[in-house]
Ligand binder design. Structure first.
Ligand code: UD1
Length: 320
């Protein structure tokens, strides 16, 4: 049998490029990347350019997407505009990229005979309900345009499974962190920002009182979930959580960083963000049932490995 071809959309981004590395390490796939390098970085792929095919283009452009899915067996769809606050500022662009891009991808993939599409969804779809942990039986209740966009993508992936018989799955990522996460943007994830602040002895800006909690998930866990999603016998269009199953506050993050670095930085408290969720924690039983997934890297271990990476690789210091 020919080696299956996997397309990673957003493959130059933080999560996408880690997935590319996971696919190459597995050895059982040919890998193609589609990225417009808007938030993705060429540097994330320089070490493996000889082993992959790269198409530079936008997920909103149907012709580009059609070219990208040609001869592809399976797609790991990571291309998206992340960030809750960005979506509050730019809801239309967020929708065009996330929802419009996903629909074009699914449509082109179906036409081209792609067997399987795995969507990067988000814990944000749950919104701010009181029930914890968040399990997949809870009715989503998005509180930001970003969350709405991811929920719409989930519905599309399900409908493409139901109507066209495609094998699809939506993986709800819970606050992923790790090497290559960009710390430089105002929309960067909190761990990337706090980590570089800690290394530079700069203050941590905490929106709210710091007791909001997240199920911070090291990127390697998410990579493993995606690889499992390529291998399981059957996908039925459902959505599953991928996380560690923990609830960690921002103040916990700051304390653990202090222990790991041996330094303490000042904390500046600022206004809570509009659209922010207060508590997020995943139930991960369904991921075990559907994929055989369990988190192999804990939050603390992930934080340690990420810190090691930032100590020698500083995207913000390379003028990138
Ligand atoms: C949300 C989703 C997450 C998704 C991400 C994509 C939830 C629960 N999570 O992440 O699954 O992957 O969007 O962008 O909806 N904060 C500070 N100081 C900072 C930066 C952030 O205090 O400098 C706070 C935020 O207000 C928030 C928390 O840290 O309370 C986490 O923020 P962030 O890392 O941006 O991710 P979410 O918005 O939680």
């Amino acid at each position: 049998m020919a080696t299956p071809m996997v397309l990673v959309t957003g493959g130059a981004g933080f999560i996408g490029s880690n997935i590319v590395d996971g696919l190459l390490a597995d050895g059982g796939y040919r890998v193609r990347v589609l990225d417009n390098f808007a938030t993705g970085r060429r540097e994330n792929l320089t070490h493996c350019l000889g082993d992959i095919e790269v198409i530079e283009g936008d997920i909103r452009d149907l012709e580009t997407v059609e070219e990208a899915v040609s001869s592809v067996d399976m797609v790991l769809h990571q291309a998206a505009l992340p960030s809750v606050p960005r979506s509050v500022k730019a809801p239309v662009t967020t929708n065009e990229v996330n929802v419009g891009g996903t629909l074009k991808l699914l449509s082109a993939a179906h036409k081209s005979g792609v067997r399987r599409v795995v969507l990067a969804s988000s814990s944000s779809v749950y919104g701010d309900g009181e029930q914890l942990p968040k399990h997949e039986g809870i009715t989503p209740n998005p509180t930001s345009p970003y969350a709405v966009s991811k929920l719409a993508c989930e519905h599309y992936t399900k409908v493409f499974a139901d109507i066209y018989g495609m094998e699809t799955l939506a993986i709800r990522y819970f606050n992923v962190f790790g090497p290559r996460q960009d710390p430089t943007s105002q929309y960067s994830g909190v761990i990337a920002k706090f980590m570089t602040a800690a290394l530079d002895d700069k203050p941590f800006t905490v929106h709210g009182d710091g007791t909001q909690a997240r199920d911070f998930t090291f990127v390697e866990n998410v990579v493993r979930a995606n690889l499992l999603a390529l291998k399981v016998d059957r996908l039925d269009g459902s959505a599953i959580n991928v996380a560690c199953g923990d609830r960690i506050t921002l103040l916990d993050v700051i304390e653990t960083l202090g222990t790991l670095t041996g330094r303490t930085s000042e904390i500046i408290f600022a206004e809570s963000r509009v659209g922010d969720v207060r508590y997020s924690q995943a139930a991960i039983e369904r991921a075990l049932d559907v994929l055989g997934y369990h988190p192999s890297v804990s939050f603390e271990e992930g934080l340690r490995r990420t810190l090691e990476w930032y100590a020698v690789n500083r995207p913000d210091r390379r003028g990138l």
